[in-house]
Design a protein around this ligand. Structure first.
Ligand code: NAG
Ligand code: NAG
Ligand code: NAG
Ligand code: NAG
Ligand code: NAG
Ligand code: NAG
Ligand code: NAG
Ligand code: FE2
Length: 544
């Protein structure tokens, strides 16, 4: 489909360095289209006006900053944001020179960082190309900045992992022709997670996405699973098909997210699906082919997509790219958020799960031990009397019921991080990766904190990888004894409210009907002026 569109003339202006001609046989694989030119952009389609700004997404850049990112099919030499406090008066302007792409991408990713914004203020903004033809349908987008230092009023974030699309249908009302979890299938009156996040956008301040974003890298697997076409195709995809579908899925995902991400900051960190187009290999039994990393096209390796599409505040927190950083400027919110990567750069000679695996080399991005050294320094910098809450986000869990009653594996990323997080008195560790929702009692080194949720010394563990890419299954009736709640049957996202210095509530919202199906409140005394390691009730196996 795309090959013919490209041939029809759009090709010359597209951003991509499209791969050399590899003529697809009668191509039945569908991905995207071209907009009709009726002033409406269809998610995943190529716009009529190749300068149209698409895929708007925001990220905090320190306490007084906001990074505005978007993509377009044409490069802007001087991407620009106009903004202001009134929709009719966007009287401030900021430009950058950052509009970049990568091989086989069809779009450019533009980033402009605003600084010196007033706290807790609603801003209106538009970006380059908004006044061009076919872009007139765009609203003037808004965002609200972080609160003033010292503001102790309650606030809420949306938190989830593993949110993406599954074929052109976007994982809504069907499984693939060759299966998928039936619990992931929606009735016609129900909503998916993107729709749920939009419907409830007034109930949270920003979003934290614990890795696995969009799943464009699934394009090749989805050919094999029959998501493109009818499932009866005997034709194999060409490399051009794989390149086009990777980009087309990515574009469709960002387009669908825009109503939310244009108004709410979207903090992200890397999961395995940001690494490479073909993690672990794909076997097509029908055609007797094992696809290898050789099918990962230039630009789809080593986190390129992830690095180009996002600019997280690593400069502001002395971190590294989008891989490890913290929201250091967020003192006003009473919470210090830390993003880590479980995929590479574990330090101390540990090898990340996809760092050196066969056919799929990724990273490293820092010097040896850079990530763990940064983590220790970052934790040490937090003044807990001012910022009582500290959360850590790591894509892969080290404890999940998906493993059933198998003995726990002491994973490399647990070895890298657990001791540091415990010593740093992190309150909760958020994971994704397995497509379930699981809450585990606070624990350290396999020992449950006897205080439970009532002022534990050890971190609480929450897995939410059930936002939207199918569901995993718990293999038996066995549940780890430290399980507080676990479901493998409900797509959803977490709504986390910090009431004050001592109370935090995590609600699990079922995306299908926006109802809260589980809620847990963590109490932490946070008496950090006192001698912090002398807690009477918890010594565990650590210093007491
Ligand atoms: C294949 O084709 C048959 C008949 O043409 C159709 O009934 C079926 O749904 C198609 N898909 C799969 C996955 O078999
Ligand atoms: C991964 O492999 C490369 C090349 O063989 C080697 O230089 C590097 O040290 C390995 N990384 C780790 C973390 O073992
Ligand atoms: C991945 O990118 C980083 C940063 O550019 C580089 O240092 C590293 O060598 C790359 N790894 C591989 C396997 O290409
Ligand atoms: C903190 O919030 C919780 C939950 O709303 C409430 O029960 C508690 O009384 C509050 N504590 C203080 C000191 O206000
Ligand atoms: C909403 O969905 C949840 C989870 O599937 C279900 O338990 C609940 O009954 C539903 N509520 C309504 C009103 O349909
Ligand atoms: C959808 O319809 C079913 C039955 O027709 C009903 O049980 C369910 O509550 C409805 N869900 C929503 C979100 O309205
Ligand atoms: C963690 O637990 C293991 C096995 O129970 C034990 O050998 C080890 O010493 C513990 N580590 C710490 C730091 O307590
Ligand atoms: Fe994952």
């Amino acid at each position: 489909m795309l090959a013919s569109l490209l041939a029809a003339g759009a090709a010359a202006s597209l951003a991509s360095s499209v791969l050399a001609a590899e003529t697809p046989a009668a191509n039945t694989f569908k991905c995207g289209a071209t907009d009709l030119g009726n002033g409406v952009h269809v998610p995943g389609a190529i716009p009529k006006n190749l300068k149209e700004p698409l895929q708007h997404r925001l990220a905090f850049a320190g306490a007084d900053g906001m990074t505005i990112s978007w993509s377009s099919f044409t490069k802007w030499d001087e991407p620009t944001v106009w903004y202001g406090e009134r929709p009719d008066k966007l009287n401030q302007v900021k430009s950058s020179d950052l509009c970049s792409t990568y091989p086989t991408s069809r779009t450019y990713n533009c980033h402009v960082k605003l600084h010196g914004l007033k706290p807790n203020t609603k801003y209106y903004y538009k970006v380059s190309g908004t006044n061009g033809y076919e872009a007139a349908y765009l609203p003037t987008f808004t965002f609200t900045t972080a609160r003033e230092a010292g503001d102790e009023s309650p606030y809420t974030i949306a938190t989830f992992g593993d949110l993406g699309l599954m074929g052109e249908d976007g994982l809504s009302d069907a499984t693939g022709p060759f299966g998928g979890s039936e619990h992931a299938v929606l009735d016609s009156n129900e909503t998916n997670t993107i729709q749920s996040l939009l419907a409830l956008a007034d109930t949270y301040d920003f979003m934290y996405h614990v890795g696995d974003i969009g799943y464009a890298d699934y394009a090749l697997k989805q050919f094999v699973q029959g998501y493109w076409g009818t499932g009866n195709e005997t034709t194999q995809p060409t490399r051009q098909d794989v390149a086009d579908h990777y980009e087309c899925m990515s574009e469709q995902f960002f387009d669908q997210m825009r109503p939310v991400t244009a108004q709410k900051p979207w903090m992200v960190l890397p999961g395995n699906h940001e690494a490479n187009c073909d993690n672990g290999g794909v076997t097509d039994k029908r055609a007797d082919i094992v696809y290898t990393d050789d099918w990962c096209l230039p630009g789809q390796t080593n986190f390129s997509w992830f690095i180009e599409h996002y600019k997280m505040p690593s400069y502001e927190s002395e971190g590294r790219s989008n891989f490890w950083y913290s929201t250091d400027g967020f003192i006003e919110l009473q919470v210090h958020y830390i993003s880590l990567t479980s995929e590479t750069d574990l330090g101390e000679g540990l090898v990340g799960p996809i760092e050196n695996s066969t056919n799929n080399h990724n990273g490293p991005f820092g010097r040896p031990n850079e990530q763990v050294d940064w983590l220790k320094a970052d934790l040490a910098k937090v003044d807990r009397s001012k910022t009582p809450w500290v959360l850590a986000h790591i894509h892969r869990p080290w404890l999940t019921n998906v493993n059933g009653d198998e003995p726990h594996v002491y994973t490399a990323w647990q070895q890298a991080f657990e001791d540091i997080l415990y010593e740093g008195e992190v309150d909760a560790v958020m994971h994704g990766h397995v497509h379930t929702y699981e809450v585990f009692a606070p624990q350290y080194n396999g020992t449950v904190d006897e205080n439970g949720l009532n002022n534990p010394r050890a971190p609480l563990y929450i897995i939410n990888g059930a936002a939207g890419h199918g569901l995993d299954e718990f293999p038996s009736d066995y549940r780890d004894p430290s399980t507080i709640y676990a479901t493998d049957q409900e797509m959803g996202w977490g709504r986390m409210t910090f009431h004050n210095r001592t109370h935090m509530t995590y609600e699990y919202v079922a995306s299908r009907n926006n109802s809260v199906i589980n809620s847990n409140t963590l109490y932490k005394a946070h008496e950090h002026d006192s001698d912090k390691h002398k807690r009477s009730s918890w010594c565990g196996k650590f210093k007491c």
